[in-house]
Design a protein around this ligand. Structure first.
Ligand code: ADP
Ligand code: MG
Length: 326
């Protein structure tokens, strides 16, 4: 909080001196994003190899970003078809952010990550502008905007202060199409149907990629990954996978954590390490519910009663094949 005491005027003057104070600004100490490179290019340790299952998703990402990034000739040859962007969508907790981090791990500095909620402040439009300016300097480069739903509502019923932000984003995307070879746009949302349709036009977020709940194989490997650094004995990951249909990746992580907690508690009581066993999973499985149900319900309605422009074909196919499996 700013101090309104005797030194208030002094403080404001100082802030003005640094050029950081803006009307309504919260904290004069926060640096202006236009001053330096500060959409940090994260140093991620995970790569796509750490993403369990999701073969189709990985294939698309490879073809859309990684291959052309690594091969300049290919990038030039296909530059036209590589323009525009890719929107990852799917139920919460199923790996959109995780996959983005993995792509960052694959690409190093050529990946700019920003969570939309983080750039929504008094100068959001300038943040968007700065983000793309930085991306053009780093080209070839991927700009990733996570949790796009935070600004993605239809402009018609969007808060008035948000509209210029979306407009700025459209401007930047179009300029990417005009004169910015090698800037690729990637975004993620749980609510693709709420994204302003202007954002989905050609050259913008014109391709969609469904990130489904993990299938049995992916669930088994997430269990394996989560157990790697924990003491366990005689775990049948396939069996756990069989009993966790509809669980998101995050649900599975939580499941393993709960099982670990149970073993830990008992270890503490006994005074020696008792590894995690199947019984722990049995006990906690009785208490946990899969979280993807409500999202799939909404998705089903959207596919059945929403616009039939083919945007959700992948999702529709997934819903169909899951229904016939049951
Ligand atoms: N395919 C996967 N492989 C490994 N871990 C996964 C996978 N999908 C999800 N997870 C785990 O679930 C967590 C939540 O996923 P996250 O990417 O945050 O979901 P989303 O962004 O789609 O809401 C991740 O941090 C990761 O630990
Ligand atoms: Mg996320």
């Amino acid at each position: 909080m700013r101090d309104d005491g005797a030194d208030g005027a002094d403080g404001a003057g100082k802030a003005r001196g640094t050029g950081a104070a803006r009307p309504g600004a919260w904290d004069p100490e926060v640096p202006d994003p236009l001053d330096d490179d500060d959409f940090p290019t994260e140093r991620e340790k995970i790569t796509l190899a750490d993403v369990a299952g999701m073969e189709k998703v990985k294939e698309r990402i490879n073809a859309a970003f990684l291959m052309p990034m690594r091969n300049e000739e290919l990038r030039k040859a296909f530059s036209k078809s590589l323009r525009g962007g890719l929107l990852l969508y799917g139920p919460p907790g199923c790996g959109k952010t995780y996959i983005a981090r993995a792509i960052a791990g694959e690409m190093g500095a050529r990946f700019l990550y920003v969570s939309v909620a983080d750039i929504l402040d008094g100068k959001s439009s300038r943040n968007v502008q700065a983000l793309f300016r930085q991306a053009r300097q780093y080209s070839p480069c991927v700009v990733f905007m996570d949790e796009l739903d935070a600004m993605g509502g239809r402009r018609g019923n969007m808060a008035s202060w948000l509209r210029p932000v979306v407009t700025q984003l459209l401007t930047e995307l179009d300029s990417v199409e005009d004169d910015n070879e090698g800037v690729f746009f990637l975004a993620a949302t749980n609510h693709p149907w709420d994204i302003d349709s202007a954002l989905k036009r050609p050259g913008r977020l014109d391709r969609m990629l469904f990130v489904p709940p993990p299938d049995a194989e992916a669930r088994a490997s997430i269990v394996g990954m989560e157990l790697k650094e924990r003491p366990s004995s005689d775990i049948d990951a396939r069996k756990i996978a069989k009993h966790t249909d509809g669980f998101s990746g995050a649900d599975i992580s939580h499941l393993v954590e709960s099982a670990a907690e149970r073993a830990l508690l008992e270890s503490a009581r006994a005074g020696r390490v008792r590894p995690i066993v199947m019984d722990d999973f049995r006990a906690v499985l009785g208490e946990l519910r899969p979280s993807t149900g409500p999202w799939m319900e909404t998705a089903r309605n959207m596919v059945e009663f929403g616009s039939a422009d083919g945007a959700y074909d992948e999702l529709a196919a997934y819903i169909r094949s899951n229904r016939s499996r049951r």
